[in-house]
Ligand binder design. Structure first.
Ligand SMILES: [Fe+2]
Length: 411
């Protein structure tokens, strides 16, 4: 797609996602991880203002001199900013001012993209800005899910229940032969710097499951005392379980003798055939240990997905499908979509990785510590944002993203 068209459609999509909400919904920050919708709307706009317009567009003037301080997230190279935990204090600027900010930046961006002053060398940063905005679309949804899912009334974000009846129940495994494989981004399209540097890795033979772990299987783990038996857990995970009194995935509530869970479609009985979601790395690892199996490394996952799929399946459950909840496997092994799959790999630089100068160097490189890699994208990921080499990353105790489990068995 032409990047001017892409610019318009990505920017519009963010507004479409926030259209479901009232202004009161858009201000709350219940925990530090969860940013208010209003802040996402401002921050994604600030990115284009700061990294494209200000340095490159002649005579460009800031929309408001205070906004960089409000909407810078973590870029040391872009100056001072509010503390992350205080984003929810922004009752002002009001939503209509933030919308005017978006319009101001969009008109400057479109004028600039269409002008002869726009050089090819700026294009990559525009692509980063659009991919950055798509990442925030996912965050906007997972953050608002946290806000609404912790409201005692459990309001719906939207009503769009999809009933999948002819799903596949497949607990089989695909075997991948031992050998030397290439990993990393291998085509011409956009990728982040953390995927670059195609390199070879050696894998022992392994078999990877053709489906995600379902809520039914996870409930078996819970009913078997999974959260009460220390020997399934990593030491840090066991501490986390006990300190936080964790007894089930996030959003699960035990009510009237049955488990229900909050979804963006409201509070619902657990769909036992849908993939388990909103679990931490600790829980994924404990489940694997209970099963006598393990999580795949990010390399095993990438090699398997490339062997199994040449392209992303049409029916993969991404944001574009607008289902907004993981569903039972519909003629699809769900390697792509539904939930981000925890891998057993630490988020580390690839062998040829070099941290870029400036803002780009702060985008991925500085987070390569104490986080685990997740693969495959979720119901909240735009399909045009994902690829086989994409590396997402979160800390081991985080579970407000759509995160789930795929297992690898020993041979
Ligand atoms: Fe950001």
């Amino acid at each position: 797609m032409d990047y001017i068209l892409k610019y318009k459609s990505v920017r519009q999509k963010t507004l479409d996602l926030s259209d479901h909400l009232n202004e009161e919904d858009m201000v709350v920050q219940p925990i530090e991880d969860v940013s208010p919708t209003k802040w996402h709307l401002g921050h994604t706009t600030w990115f284009f203002e700061t990294f494209i317009l200000l340095p490159h567009k002649k005579d460009f003037e800031l929309f408001n001199a205070n906004y960089p301080f409000l909407f810078n997230s973590y870029y040391e190279s872009a100056g001072e900013r509010i503390l992350r935990a205080t984003r929810g204090n922004l009752t002002q600027p009001y939503l209509n001012e933030i919308i005017r900010y978006r319009e101001y930046i969009d008109s400057h961006m479109l004028e600039f993209l269409n002008s002869s002053a726009f050089k090819d060398e700026y294009q990559y940063m525009v692509e980063v800005g659009l991919n950055h905005e798509q990442q925030h679309q996912e965050l906007l949804l997972t953050d608002i899910k946290y806000v609404l899912g912790h409201n005692p009334l459990f309001p719906t974000y939207q009503k769009n229940i999809i009933q999948i009846n002819d799903f596949i129940k497949d607990e089989s495994f695909s075997e991948i032969k031992e050998g030397v494989y290439f990993v990393g981004h291998q085509n011409d399209g956009f990728c982040y710097d953390n995927e670059l540097g195609i390199h070879q890795i050696y894998l022992q033979s392994f078999k990877i499951r053709n489906s995600l772990i379902t809520n039914r299987e996870y409930l078996e783990f819970m009913n078997d005392g999974g959260y009460q038996k220390f020997h399934f857990w990593l030491s840090e995970g066991w501490d986390w379980v006990n300190k936080n009194n964790i007894q089930a995935p996030l959003y699960w509530n035990f009510s009237n003798k049955e488990w229900v869970y909050y979804t963006l479609n409201g509070l619902r009985p657990i769909d036992l055939d849908a993939p388990v979601s909103h679990i931490s790395y600790f829980e994924a690892d404990a489940f694997a240990s209970w099963k006598g199996m393990r999580l795949p490394t990010e390399f095993e996952w990438e090699v398997a997905v490339k062997e199994i799929h040449k392209t992303i399946p049409e029916n993969a459950n991404f944001l574009d499908k607008n289902i907004l909840m993981p569903v039972p496997a519909y003629k699809n092994n769900q390697l792509y979509g539904d939930v981000w799959e925890w891998t057993a790999s630490s988020y580390l630089p690839y062998p040829y990785y070099k941290k870029a100068d400036g803002a780009l160097g702060e985008y991925n490189g500085k987070f390569m510590i104490n986080q685990m890699v997740l693969r495959g994208g979720s119901v909240a990921t735009p399909v045009s944002h994902i690829r086989s080499s994409y590396r997402n990353f979160f800390q081991t105790n985080k579970r407000w993203q759509f995160t789930g489990i795929r297992l690898v068995d020993y041979l």
